[in-house]
Structures are given as structure tokens and as C-alpha cells.
Design a protein around this ligand. Structure first.
Ligand code: B1M
Length: 209
């Protein structure tokens, strides 16, 4: 790997925003293709996910790594568009109606972006109608829902029902997660998959696509 890409990889792994920004700029100025710059950051986030699963990294490390990547992506994105590099897939994400918890959902969105997915983040307290409208507007590959409260979990089912009624259920894979969610619950409400954490949400999205 070119030295500048190795520096970029290290900057993301260590969550150093300024270094990530500088190395993206340097790599592009040196003529490194935008796709290779992206790969360096995606590989770093993959390693961050692995370290998180092994218990060597915790949520704060994952968050600062994702923020460093986000900073780098802001510079890289226009160049990726110019180079016509397509995202790995598009994901409409949100915390379900009645639920204001967004720390976990944001982390999931950042890790998915880190893996090369394009994420349309609808925020919190997202109604079934808003999910349906976003699916119609953005034609995503996935809908990812988060719920942290046992009282709002049923809104995942309501959202899946709304997607069905709107005739768009079969055009997307539905992934769900959040502290009270389980595999059994995902199966019960007809979701396509459940992920217990942000790193495994990336693996799930990759496996479903
Ligand atoms: Co709330 N809260 N809260 N809260 N809160 C919990 C969830 C609770 C367990 C605390 C407790 O009582 N022990 C409890 C729920 C109990 C229950 O339902 N059984 C609770 C309660 C009761 C409430 C209120 C009702 C309190 C009140 O007002 N009486 C209220 C509800 C407000 C509302 O939403 N309408 C409320 C409010 C709040 C704050 C606003 C103060 C704040 C949220 C701030 C914010 O998010 N911006 C808050 C917080 C911070 C928490 C705790 C302490 C931490 C949640 C968190 O951010 N965890 C939480 C207790 C706890 O979980 N220990 C609690 C860190 C985060 C990284 O983890 O969100 O689990 P998590 O996300 C993980 C995975 O779950 C997974 O990946 C993430 C990263 O690895 N994941 C997904 C999440 N979404 C996914 C989607 C996917 C895949 C994976 O899609 C594919």
C-alpha cells in the first residue's frame, strides 16, 4: 500500500479526524484513484469492526473512527461521484415512531457508510408513513430500523405492515436492531435480519445484498 494510504488507514483506525482529512487531500493531490482512497478507509473501518467484536475496541473508539472516516468522506465524496463509483447499496434508516434514542442508530449508520453503503438517515421518531415515503423516494436496497424501548418495538411490525400495504415490502430487505431486539423477534415480525451491534449490521447488510 502507498505510504499515504497507510497513513490514512492508521488515521481512521485511531480516530484522528485531522489526519484523515489531510491524508485524503494528499492522496488525491498525488493522483491516487478515489476508489483506492475509499478502499483504505473502508478497510480501516472493517478492522475497527473486527476489533470491536473481539472486545479490543469499545463504542467510543468505534465512534471516533467512524467520525474520522466521515470527515475523510466529505472530501472524497465529490471525487467518487466524478469517478462514477457506485455505493455498495442504499439504506434508508431510522429509529421507529415514539422512540428518541439515536446513539446506536447513528453508530450503525456510520459503520454502514464506512463499509461503502449510501445511507439516508431519517432520524428518530420515524413514522411508518415516513419510512414508506422514503422507500418510494430513494428506492433503497434496505430499510434499517432501530428501537430501544419495549413500547416502541411493535412499531417495527407496523412499519413492515405499512411497507406491505404500500406494495414496496418486496423491493427492500428489512434489517432491525436495538437493545431489546432479538433474532426471534425479527423472525416473528417478518424482518429479513437482526444485528446485535453496528459491526454485525454491516456483515448482515453485506450478506443480504
Ligand atoms: Co433511554 N431507556 N429512555 N434515554 N436509555 C433505555 C433504553 C433503558 C433500557 C434504560 C433503563 O431503564 N435501564 C430504558 C428502556 C426500558 C425498556 O423499554 N425496557 C429507557 C427508558 C425507559 C427511557 C425513557 C422512557 C425514560 C423516561 O423518560 N422515563 C425515555 C424515552 C424517550 C423516548 O425515546 N421517547 C428515555 C430517554 C433517554 C434519553 C433521551 C435520556 C437518552 C437518549 C439520548 C439519545 O439517544 N440521543 C437515553 C439513553 C442514553 C438510554 C441508555 C442509557 C443508553 C442507550 C444508548 O445510547 N446505548 C439506555 C440504557 C442502556 O441501553 N444501557 C436507555 C449505547 C448505544 C451504542 O447502544 O442503542 O443499544 P444501543 O445500540 C447498539 C445496538 O443495540 C445495535 O447497534 C448499536 C451499536 O452497537 N443497534 C442496531 C441499535 N440500533 C440498531 C439498528 C440496526 C442494527 C443494530 O439495524 C439493522
Amino acid at each position: 500500500m502507498e505510504a499515504v494510504l497507510q497513513d490514512l488507514y492508521n488515521a481512521v483506525m485511531e480516530g484522528q479526524r485531522d489526519a484523515a482529512e489531510e491524508n485524503v487531500q494528499k492522496a488525491l493531490a498525488d493522483g491516487v484513484p478515489p476508489g483506492e482512497v475509499l478502499d483504505a478507509m473502508v478497510n480501516a473501518m472493517g478492522e475497527v469492526g473486527r476489533l470491536f467484536e473481539e472486545g479490543e475496541y469499545f463504542v467510543p473508539e468505534m465512534l471516533i473512527a467512524a467520525r474520522a472516516m466521515k470527515t475523510g468522506m466529505e472530501i472524497l465524496k465529490p471525487r467518487l461521484v466524478d469517478a462514477d463509483i457506485k455505493p455498495a447499496g442504499t439504506i434508508v434508516a431510522g429509529t421507529v415512531k415514539g422512540d428518541l434514542h439515536d446513539i446506536g442508530k447513528n453508530l450503525v449508520c456510520m459503520m454502514l457508510e464506512g463499509a461503502g453503503f449510501s445511507v439516508v438517515d431519517l432520524g428518530t421518531d420515524v413514522s411508518p408513513e415516513a419510512f414508506v415515503a422514503a422507500v418510494k423516494d430513494h428506492q433503497p436496497d434496505f430499510v434499517a430500523m432501530s428501537a430501544l424501548l419495549t413500547t416502541t418495538m411493535p412499531n417495527m411490525q407496523t412499519t413492515i405492515d405499512a411497507l406491505q400495504t404500500a406494495g414496496v415490502r418486496n423491493s427492500v430487505k428489512v434489517m432491525i436492531g436495538g437493545a431489546p431486539i432479538t433474532d426471534n423477534y425479527a423472525e416473528k415480525i417478518g424482518a429479513d435480519g437482526y444485528a446485535p451491534d453496528a459491526s454485525r449490521a454491516v456483515k448482515l447488510a453485506k450478506s443480504l445484498i
